[in-house]
Design a protein around this ligand. Sequence first.
Ligand code: AMP
Ligand code: TRP
Length: 332
Amino acid sequence: MSRIFSGVQPTGNLHLGNYLGAIRNFVRLQDDYECIYCAVDMHAITVWQEPEQLRKNIREVAAAYLASGVDPKKSIIFAQSNVHAHAELAWIFNCVARIGWLNRMTQFKEKAGKNRENASLGLYAYPSLMAADILVYKATHVPVGEDQKQHLELTRDIAQKFNNDFGTELFPMVEPLIFGEATRVMSLRDGTKKMSKSDPSDYSRITLTDGKDEVAKKLKKARTDADPLPEEVKGLEDRPEAANLVGIYAALADMSKEDVLKEYAGSQFSVFKPALTELAMEKFGPIGDEMKRLMADPGYVDEVLKDGAERAAAIANPIIREVKETVGFLVS
Ligand code: AMP
Ligand code: TRP
């Protein structure tokens, strides 16, 4: 059976993009694959995290997985820093990846901003750790939102160079799994910007723990244009905000955008937004409630994470051993 790996950073504000682009797909894959889902805390600290808040956020990611329907018996849920092999393989990959490859990473450029000299070395090496996350399990498929495509290409480059350099076929070529009608959910305030955890405006995103009033308020304020919804998807070109809301509706309702427009062509946003609010609450209202319940008593979440780390380590340890032997380290 093919193996799946994916991760979400515990940096707070888990939002609709995380859910529709990634977490919901994690749930759908667990019947057909062996799945490993991680709270990538070592990725989170590439930018400053308050220690107390980080601990809470790690549990929040695990709670989001559980509340969305990831089954901790079938799938593995754990925190990255609890399995040593990630960091070990990341270092080896730091010596395989070329600086020129990392210089091309757009996420680094965005996150480092103008003050690149002051970004952490970890932020720069981040994609190499991500490759290690996946390959330390020899995972073959990685469900992610569209923004991670470039990192997965780098993962393939690293695997290929390692295999070539050492004359081995140790690492598989990883395939991204990017599917659904909302692989790139945009900000509610600006349809040309990705919905993100770090946007200073709370009104830019719907978070998984927002209640009905908040969702209604945020959607009411969401930027749109003055036109009614078009008949066809082509009519959404050059209307980024409208395209975004239709895409969100389609993903939540499990419909195609075409079918959403069949129902709402000619409608004003004054009609469409309340319908979207209802739908959003129906679909992820219960998830937010369950997350809050789990977070109120994190004992269960901690148990899941502990059990997950043990099961993850049992897969990763023999693989990191094989890698160390291949590289020429003494392995006892
Ligand atoms: P991050 O929040 O960067 O840890 O992302 C966790 C997962 O959510 C990754 O698979 C991302 O690709 C996905 N993701 C993040 N933001 C969005 C978005 N705006 N739309 C769709 N997927 C997203
Ligand atoms: N870089 C991913 C993000 O920001 C998170 C991540 C870290 C990840 N390691 C991973 C995703 C391994 C998939 C597989 O969203």
